[in-house]
Design a protein around this ligand. Structure first.
Ligand code: BGC
Length: 392
């Protein structure tokens, strides 16, 4: 049997978050300095391209090595640059120490607002506490920073909806029968989002495991908890401990290989794979595709990375979740502008970070499959059709 990803005829599914989160686009502020865009992509804090100081908004992103964060960088550059705000983007390159130095550099350049996507949600608390002490307002971007009261706002996609959409896709596109092998993979345990994505996926997958439709293939911890609809953070942590990819393509690949080696033939055939994001999905899909005893697989993802969009067009990845970074960046910039204008930014929810309830603004997500890829990603202007091959 020729192996191919089962994508079936699921129509374009729109999953709405708790709020619409439509960004206000380019902000206008009477206080905006006219010195324009000063964005850099320095990995470390010793970049001195902004040595003249007078940076209004500092942005710190986790890594240049994942296309996801380059999408966000591009949006910040466009939006802040167009609006004439002085700003600087620094990358932490997977290191909490570099992240902290980056924050210190930006503080020394006089930023009033810090927009930060933490490398490690708990470790980042020290950096944002320094920012708070320096009178800087802190916006946690995409990933929540935990265990501190030094986070003023949180701008995020609806991460529970992301996980629920991934789980629901597997359910809607599963082969018929019972005991269908279900492989679970998760993000990094240092990222609060990894817990929320998993919680969302579990909320829809668990009943299907409990009733015997699906059979968990690669986590004894998840199997032991399969009759529990709601898991504590500690319980999710135990499962993540077994199935984490660390958000790393290589870890994802070796874990998928090890898990396929460990199972018997009853856990092969037509299988389902919960992959937490696009980068890990491509690695895991390649491993499943090369196992001769896996006849078909349905696999999830998120981020709509270009390479995964091509995988979807080619039938190698089943779905992705489109998180429109244009909206997220615009929302955080709009928030920063309100702060610079001494206005209270609009929020629509709160997230508890183990210390305080952080006022948050959530953005909806969209499920993308082969059926709606053109509509969601090309017609919306996110990508150009010419960036892909085989697009109908
Ligand atoms: C983000 C995802 C991303 C992952 C790995 C998460 O916090 O929400 O979009 O794929 O980190 O970088």
């Amino acid at each position: 049997m020729k192996k191919k990803v089962l994508s079936f005829l699921l129509a374009a599914t729109m999953v709405m978050g708790l709020a619409t989160g439509c960004g206000s686009g380019a902000p206008a502020s009477g206080d905006a300095k006219d010195s324009g865009n000063d964005t850099t992509t320095a990995e470390a804090s010793n970049d001195d391209s902004s040595a003249s100081g007078d940076i209004q908004v500092g942005i710190v992103l986790p890594t240049k090595d994942e296309p996801r964060w380059l999408q966000d960088q591009k949006q910040f550059e466009t939006i802040l640059g167009d609006a004439g705000f002085t700003n600087q983007v620094l990358f932490s390159q997977g290191s909490s120490a570099t992240e902290k130095t980056n924050v210190e550099t930006l503080i020394s350049k006089g930023i009033k607002v810090l927009i930060i996507c933490a490398q490690d949600g708990a470790a980042a608390s020290a950096a944002v506490e320094e920012a708070k002490d320096a009178g800087v307002k802190v916006i946690a971007y995409d990933r929540l920073i935990t265990g501190t009261d030094a986070v003023d706002y949180y701008v995020t996609f609806d991460s529970f909806a992301v996980g629920a959409a991934q789980g629901q896709y597997l359910i809607d596109n599963a082969p018929s029968g019972s005991d269908i092998p279900l492989y679970l993979f998760a993000g990094a345990a240092t990222d609060n989002n990894a817990f929320i994505f998993f919680e969302g996926a579990w909320s829809v997958l668990q009943p299907k495991v409990a009733d015997g439709t699906f059979k968990i293939a690669n986590s004894s911890e998840a199997e032991a908890l399969q009759d529990k609809a709601e898991l504590s953070r500690e319980e999710i942590g135990k499962i993540i401990g077994q199935v984490t990819t660390d958000w790393d393509f290589n870890v994802a690949k070796s874990k998928a290989e090890a898990h396929l080696t460990a199972v018997g033939s009853d856990m092969k055939g037509d299988v389902l794979v919960l992959a937490p994001n696009d980068g890990t999905a491509r690695s895991i899909a390649d491993v499943f595709a090369s196992d001769k005893d896996v006849s078909s697989y349905v696999i999830t993802g998120q981020d709509s990375e270009k390479a995964s969009v091509q995988y979807i067009i080619d039938g190698k990845q089943s779905m992705t979740v489109f998180k429109d970074t244009r909206t997220l960046a615009a929302d955080s910039v709009a928030m920063a502008v309100d702060i610079l204008d001494d206005k209270e930014p609009a929020t629509d929810s709160t997230y508890n970070n183990e210390k305080i309830d952080v006022p948050a603004k959530q953005t909806a997500i969209v499920v993308v499959t082969k059926d709606n890829v053109k509509d969601a990603l090309i017609d919306s202007g996110y990508y150009e059709a010419s960036e892909f091959t085989g697009l109908e």
